[in-house]
Every structure is written in structure tokens, then in C-alpha cells.
Ligand binder design. Sequence first.
Ligand code: ADP
Ligand code: MG
Length: 351
Amino acid sequence: MKKITVAILFGGCSSEYEVSLKSMSSVLENIDQDKYHVILIGITREGRWLRYDGSIDRILDNSWHQSDDSVPAFLSPCRQMQGIVALNNGTITTTKIDVVFPVLHGKNGEDGTVQGLLELAGIPFVGCHTLSSAICMDKDFAHILANSSGIKTPRSVTAFKNTNLDTLISATKTLGFPLYVKPAKEGSSNGITKAQNTAELILGIEKAFSHDNKVVIEENIPGFEVGCAVLGNSDVIVGEVDEIELLHGFFNYEEKYSLTTALIHVPARIEKEVAEKIKETAIHLYQVFGCRGFARVDMFITPNGDVVFNEVNTIPGFTTKSRYPSMLSSAGLSYTEVIDKLISLAMEEGY
Ligand SMILES: Nc1ncnc2c1ncn2[C@@H]1O[C@H](COP(=O)(O)OP(=O)(O)O)[C@@H](O)[C@H]1O
Ligand SMILES: [Mg+2]
């Protein structure tokens, strides 16, 4: 059988560049190489595109882009080409691609930009389309949409760079403290502050605006955060619900990737009925947002059992130990099977 040519996109002009290197290394180590011919396209933090033919070690130590195994390359938007153009010692080569797996997190990768390019190029790709990627990336728009579909969201105030600070602070008065101050379009908790008072709120606003020109300030939702892995196009399957146990603070960047004090429980330590309600809500939101392929839907469970929407990650953390694969593994699907399923779903659906 002829191998399927998969281009894996990794890195990215994003604050989550390192997270992508880890996710993609897991994908590369576990993808069925008998079935798939893998081509690697790395994007540096500065946004340079390179085709990389070297070892995984140089991806993990982030020296891949300085290696002789890297050559300038890009994905052509031209449908006739449907592939990658590379410049090798003054010679231009083109390689046809059957399917693309963008293993990119956050800005310029998970937010609809790369998805738009792939739709233009007419190449099937893993994950959500342009519009749903863009909506899920924007915490303000995602909340408006979730709310209008009947799902609770934290009460919040949205601010833009030109919003007057005093007006903004008084608008948050009814939300109480602590407050979560977030750049509208970020990930991995980058730029987020849990503000306990007005002074911290002001610093938090400044920090969030250094990441984005739109900021969302949310009330604190008591209880704990849960996630649900959804996989599929029109028919979906879900994994076991997971639970984040926090000993203090919030699930910030350090805790997410070191789990020093935070713990992740899969399955979550909740009643079966509550888990069912979370799964139903996750599927409902997946459909409302028009997701396909995969997404991790994150929600809070309040002490009185209410499900409150937090966010949808359209390219969730994807190392073998990450939450999305762990939830599916608990439901009986191995990491390699998930990769295989995602690629099949992409090819079934087209671009
Ligand atoms: N409204 C909220 N109430 C309670 N905790 C929150 C709230 N919003 C965010 N958090 C905490 O902050 C973390 C990061 O926020 P989140 O919106 O998920 O951003 P990111 O997209 O960076 O993951 C969450 O995992 C949670 O621990
Ligand atoms: Mg989150």
C-alpha cells in the first residue's frame, strides 16, 4: 500500500512554541511510520518556515533551525501544487502533501491563521476549520457564543487598549475578587493574572495588554476545572472526564508543565451523572463552535454541581502525557490510534 504523506507543522510564532516542540516530538515518535511518510515543517519563534530532515534530539533541544538539515520552505497556497516548496542549495523542489497535521499551539497556529492557508491550499488537515479555530481562540467571542447556546459562563468585562482604566475598574466592581485577567487570545496561561485586589488588577490589566489588544476580566468560579476530550467530525466520541486539583493559586504555566503542586485525575473524582452532564455539555459546545477533528473542552464544576464553560482548545497539548490523549487512553484509545484516527478524519472530510 502506498504511504500517505503527512506534513507535521511544529514550533510556531507563538508564546507556546516550546509546548509545540514537545507535542510534535511525541507525535513523531508514535505515528505509524509504515503507514505514513512524514515530512516536518518547522516554524521558528520569529515566524521563519523551514523543512527539517534531522533528528528528534535537535527538536527537543531547540537547535533544529540552526542545523544543516533545515532548508527554507513554505506551504504553497496554490491548489495546483498542494504541497511544500523548499529551497535547497539554490534549487527549488516541490513535494505533494496528502494531509497536514498542525501540531501548533496558540497564536499563529491554533487560531485559524494556518487553517486559512490550508483551506486556500486545498490540502486536508487535522483539526478545526478557520472559523471555529478563530472563535475558540478568542475567550470573549467563545463566551458570547457558549452563553447564547444556553451554557453558563463566568460573568466578565471585556476591555480594549483604549478603554479608560478608571471606567474599566469600576465596571469590574460587581464581579468581586479574586478576578482573572486574561489576554483574549492566548494559551498555556500566558499573560493571565489572578488578581486579589485593585493594585493587582491594574498590574494584571497591563500584563494582559502586553499580549493582546483585547482583555477579558472574569469573576472567580468556585469549585474545580474539568476537561473533556472530544474526537470526531459529525459523529463524535469522548474520553473520560479529567479533573484538575489545585492546592493553591491557579493552573498557571509552571503548574501546567511541571505539576509541582497541581494534580490531574483521570477519570475525575465525580459522580457518574455529573460526568455524563460534562460530556453532554462538551459535545454540545463542540457542535455549537463547529469543531471537527478534535478539541478539549474545559469547564468548571461549581460546589452546587453547575457546569460553567471555560474554554475550548482546538489543538490541545499533545504529548503522550498530555490531558487530551490521557482522557482518550482512559476510554480505551491509544495515543497511536488517536493520531491515526485524526488523520483519517481529516482525509475523510477534506479541507
Ligand atoms: N473564571 C475563572 N474562575 C476560576 N479559575 C479560573 C477562571 N479562569 C481561569 N481560571 C484558572 O486559570 C487557568 C487558565 O485560564 P484559561 O482561561 O484556561 O487560560 P488558557 O487558555 O491560558 O489555558 C485555568 O486553568 C484555571 O485554573
Ligand atoms: Mg485553559
